[in-house]
Write a protein that binds this ligand. Structure first.
Ligand code: ACO
Length: 349
């Protein structure tokens, strides 16, 4: 059976470094609190007008495409994972097609938040396996800095997130045994509201006993986004941090073990685990639970914060650039996030 391999990988992070102390000018917080709870020291913020989720994705894609030894015109299909698209619609995929002057190929956006990149490469993998496409560009990118609550009210979320992008080119593997061995995708919508941005949206409080915004007043044309939503801070993401932590530390190890077991492999076979960079404490918990050595896990949330769909390709690219991943190595990508959704991919590099 044909397998997909990662033929090229790239990453892009904006130049502007924002330290924990820099956040003090907006909110009551401290370097000590942020580092102790999340491990984050600094993150990057995109340029206000010159950089978007798409442009950062394009920068990462240029490197990935070059490293794959092809040109943008060789790409057969684009898959773009993000939770902060340039437009509510259309998605970022078509903006990449335009920006990179690609052929009139298909472009698909994946909205699976922190698991978005693993879901996206799983989709790409199926197209390669079926023989439908030969060169698939998969991007994960986020410009979180535009959509966060920078007042003290939003500090439990805002301090965690950063901007950036990562990209890979998937191609059919040529070496026996090489490539994506399997992918594993899961969801549990029971906790959809625990980590979510409710508005703007069409829910009109349908799913929850409490009001997520006021839809009882106003004309039909005023319901999508209203002044009341702005005044009541209802246009920002929401997170029950401890609930996310509790579920994440169960589902991460579960989905990693699922991938290894399906392939008749064990933790000892793993050269590198690339966990979604949600929070250093979560990554450390998983490492401990799975009894992984320090050299078997790559974390970089300390420098970049949580970049959601971009975190895995950024960490994977960095680990590869540092020479920590070589041909033949077994690499596991694992993600958990809003939805809840969780996923893993096991790759023979
Ligand atoms: N600076 C200072 N104080 C803060 C901050 C901040 N940035 N944020 C919250 N606090 C305060 C709160 O106001 C609260 O104060 P109080 O006790 O006086 O009321 C106190 O710290 C504890 O607040 P909690 O929200 O309960 O904070 P917690 O200890 O749970 O830590 C955290 C928050 C780090 C998010 C934690 O819940 C966690 O690790 N959750 C895991 C989820 C996660 O990491 N999500 C990342 C994104 S989701 C994903 O990628 C899957």
């Amino acid at each position: 059976m044909v397998r997909s391999k990662i033929a090229g990988i790239g990453m892009y992070v904006p130049q502007h470094v924002v330290t924990n102390n820099d956040l003090l000018k907006y909110m009551e917080t401290s370097d000590e609190w942020i580092q102790e709870r999340t491990g984050i020291k600094e993150r990057r913020y995109a340029h206000r007008t010159d950089e978007t989720t798409t442009t950062m994705g394009v920068e990462a894609a240029k490197t990935a495409i070059e490293r794959a030894g092809i040109t943008p015109q060789d790409i057969d299909f684009i898959i773009f994972a993000t939770l902060c698209p340039d437009y509510y619609f259309p998605g970022c995929g078509v903006l990449v097609q335009r920006a990179m002057k690609m052929k009139e190929i298909g472009a698909l956006d994946v909205r699976n938040q922190c698991s978005g990149f693993v879901y996206a490469i799983s989709v790409g993998d199926q197209f390669i396996k079926s023989g439908m496409y030969k060169n698939i560009l998969v991007i994960g990118a986020e410009k979180h800095s535009f959509g966060l609550d920078f007042s003290t009210r939003g500090r439990n979320i805002t301090v965690i997130f950063g901007d950036g992008a990562g990209a890979v080119v998937l191609q059919p593997a040529t070496n026996e045994g090489q490539g994506i061995l399997s992918t594993h995708l899961h969801s549990d919508g029971d906790s959809a509201e625990i980590l979510a941005m409710y508005n703007p949206g069409t829910h009109a409080n349908h799913w929850t006993p409490e009001k997520l915004a006021d839809f009882d007043d106003g004309e039909i044309g005023e319901l999508f986004m209203s002044h009341a939503m702005i005044d009541n801070a209802q246009l920002f993401p929401n997170m029950d941090g401890p609930a996310v932590f509790k579920k994440a530390v169960v589902k991460f190890p579960e989905v990693i073990n699922e991938a290894l077991t399906q392939n008749g492999l064990t933790i000892a076979d793993l050269k590198m685990l690339i966990p979604h960079q949600a929070n250093l404490r979560i990554a450390q918990f998983i490492q401990q639970k799975l009894k992984l050595r320090d050299d078997q896990v790559h974390n970089n949330i300390q420098k970049f914060g949580n970049t959601t769909a971009a975190s895995i390709p950024i960490a994977l690219c960095e680990a590869w650039e540092e020479g920590k991943i070589k041909e033949g190595d077994l690499v596991c990508l694992a993600a958990f996030g809003s939805g809840f959704t969780w996923a893993s991919a096991l790759i023979r590099w």
